[in-house]
Design a binder for this molecule. Structure first.
Ligand code: ADP
Ligand code: MG
Length: 625
């Protein structure tokens, strides 16, 4: 077989085998021992038919000539004694079977240890690697696909090592030893025994190869059903709120039916396969039996030898019949190895040696910074600004103008393509990514909380922080009192992605987490958008007290937040279109002033409304007495 023909996704069988062998490092000895144990088990099982054959011919004297087993026994065993003590032969057979079982147990144990160990290590390696891949990779990869590669593809590989490779070796060893043994016993019968074995293997291989596409479809249908359930459960609230239950049910029922239909078709096809295979196997038995009886009546074969042949044949038949199935499963694992290797071959984010002190000053200068996501559309174009240590820089702009992207570039989640971005005077590209990220306390636009307790979530900012420090930042983020109203206080579990908290509470926990870090720079990406205006103002004034201690970049839309910044930059379509202090920008025309006017008008309207309401209340109180 040429290696080119069997290549899966451009990899040759040799390459895949090489990759698999590499993955087995550290477990190879155990694996080889498993095969050795299997060899021992096979040897013991082979002896059973021989002892049976010998006992029939030698001790009971079937009188049909002699066989090699009889010749052998004549030299070592006393015929009359054995005839009188037949139980001894039975005992030997039981002993041999038990030994075979014992070695089989060792085989299973060793193979399982090896494959489980390999799978566990591989999963860890994949997980670790995924943590270190650049954001660009994750932007393009589908989460579901990655999850599948880390779980079911690894599982396919585990099964291949623990089961299929062992089974193929088993079948090969059985055939490799049964054939010479049979020829030793009687060459005519040996040929007869193997007449149909070849066809069984070929039939199995080609049949399963054809059914394989169906197996694949079946797997895909299963994936589809799982994906629908997962999406439905994730979006449960939306489904209920929009009363889409019936629609969702319908959406589910079609793929579910397809899944069942495919399953039934597979079962039918496999039932046909095993029936045909049974027929061939029984025919093989019939050939051996028929020919054997003929030879016995001729006097050229002993009853014991025929008995041995029937037993040996059936020892070999089962694994051989499984072979077609096993080989195709093994083929599946080739695809899985390829998919796993694709992830492992992705280059990790580069790391540079850290030459800076633990903490920088937080001086950021961008000059003509330009960046585009993979799609070629420019997300940042010639962006220039400066944030001096301790300053607060506010960023404003319509959605999609590149504000979050700017934060991501600062965090080195993406590499900027041209222009310069310096931190404390050093080009950021020349600094280690992890060190850079360590300079920022960040609240992302959609803050993510882990399904842990509140205190654990805040402590992510600085795991070594004392409880008092956690409470101090929680107070600054104005979440402390809220937390204290929860029955379990700081030990409250926040649920998956923080669902048990409101949007504003989640943002404030994330803010506490960022503050706890005590990094030189604080990055707030629309971090208070879900917090009510009053609370926001309280938080801003708490942050103002730290003014001068840390550089703050804050993306916001509310004037209350923008007005207190040292400088404001206004972005649109990836460019900075205005910059200056609040007063300067208000004096000049443009987007900022328009926004200011709209918000002031709304604000004015609100105060007017509130005034009227008090007036009405006043009237009522006047009327009442
Ligand atoms: P803002 O935060 O100002 O609302 P973003 O920085 O999130 O805007 O987005 C700026 C532009 O970049 C948008 O046009 C958006 O579609 C695009 N963009 C954002 N993230 C990605 C991404 N991961 N891959 C490709 N394009 C992106
Ligand atoms: Mg954004």
């Amino acid at each position: 077989m040429t290696t080119e023909e069997d290549s899966k996704k451009g990899r040759t069988v040799r390459e895949v085998a090489g990759i698999a062998w590499g993955l087995m490092r550290g477990f190879r000895l155990r694996f080889v021992l498993a095969i050795a144990a299997m060899l021992m088990a096979t040897a013991f099982r082979y002896m059973v038919p021989l002892v049976a054959s010998g006992t029939i011919d030698f001790a009971l004297g079937s009188g049909n000539g002699t066989s090699r087993v009889v010749d052998f026994m004549e030299r070592f065993v006393v015929r009359d004694w054995l005839a009188g003590h037949l139980w001894a032969a039975g005992l030997v057979m039981v002993g041999l079977t038990a030994s075979a079982g014992l070695f089989n147990f060792f085989k299973g144990k060793l193979a399982a240890e090896a494959s489980d160990g390999i799978a566990r290590r591989l999963k860890n390696r994949l997980y670790d690697h995924l943590q270190r891949l650049p954001m660009r990779f994750h932007d393009q990869a589908e989460t579901g696909d990655l999850v599948q590669r880390c779980t079911s593809d690894v599982e396919t590989l585990r099964l291949a090592i623990s089961t299929q490779v062992v089974e193929v070796s088993h079948a090969l060893i059985l055939m490799g030893t049964a054939l010479p043994l049979m020829f030793l016993l009687d060459s005519r019968m040996a040929v007869a025994s193997f007449v149909l074995i070849g066809p069984i293997i070929l039939f199995g291989y080609f049949y399963i190869k054809r059914v394989r596409r169906l197996f694949q479809k079946f797997d895909e249908a299963e994936g589809k059903v799982t994906a629908i359930v997962q999406e439905n459960l994730t979006g449960l609230r939306v489904v209920r709120a929009f009363r889409r239950q019936d629609y969702e049910l319908e959406k589910f029922s079609h793929p579910n039916k397809e899944y069942r239909d495919l399953g039934l078709r597979l079962i039918r096809l496999m039932a046909a396969y095993w029936s045909i295979s049974d027929l061939v196997a029984l025919s093989q038995n019939a050939i051996v039996l028929g020919l054997g009886v003929h030879f016995i009546s001729q006097g050229s074969l002993t009853v014991g030898t025929l008995f041995a042949f029937i037993m040996l044949l059936n020892l070999v038949l089962w694994p051989v019949r499984q072979m077609g199935r096993t080989l195709t499963e093994l083929g599946k694992s080739f695809v899985s190895i390829g998919r796993i290797q694709e992830i492992l071959e992705e280059p990790e984010e580069d790391r540079l040696p850290v030459t800076q002190a633990e903490s920088g000053r937080g001086h950021i200068v961008a000059r003509d910074l330009t960046f585009s996501h993979g799609d070629g559309q420019v997300a940042l174009q010639s962006v220039s600004f400066e944030a001096r240590p301790g300053e607060t820089l506010a960023i404003l702009g319509p959605s999609g103008s590149g504000k979050s992207t700017l934060m991501h570039v600062l965090l080195r989640l993406y590499d900027y393509q041209s222009g310069s971005l310096t931190y404390d005077g050093v080009e950021m590209k020349e600094l280690d990514r992890h060190w850079c990220r360590h300079q920022f306390g960040t609240v992302m636009q959609e803050p993510f909380l882990f399904s842990k307790t509140i205190i654990e979530n805040i402590r992510l900012g600085r795991p070594s922080a004392q409880e008092e420090e956690v409470m101090r930042v929680a107070e600054m983020a104005h979440i402390h009192d809220t937390i204290h109203r929860f029955p379990a206080r700081y030990k409250t579990l926040v649920g998956e992605r923080g669902v048990t908290l409101s949007g504003g509470q989640r943002q404030r926990v994330a803010l506490a987490r960022a503050l706890l870090r005590e990094a030189p720079v604080l990055l707030l990406d629309d971090a208070l958008s879900a917090v009510d205006t009053e609370t926001e103002e309280l938080i801003i004034s708490a942050l103002k007290k730290r003014h001068g201690k840390m550089t703050t970049l804050v993306i916001a839309h509310r004037l209350s937040t923008l007005a207190h910044a040292d400088r404001v930059i206004v972005m649109d379509k990836g460019r900075i279109i205005q910059s200056g202090t609040h007063e300067e920008l208000c004096a000049r025309g443009g987007l900022y002033r328009r926004l200011w006017e709209i918000q002031s008008r709304v604000e004015g309207q609100r105060t007017k409304d509130e005034g009227q309401r008090t007036k009405v209340q006043g009237l009522e109180t006047e009327v009442e007495p």
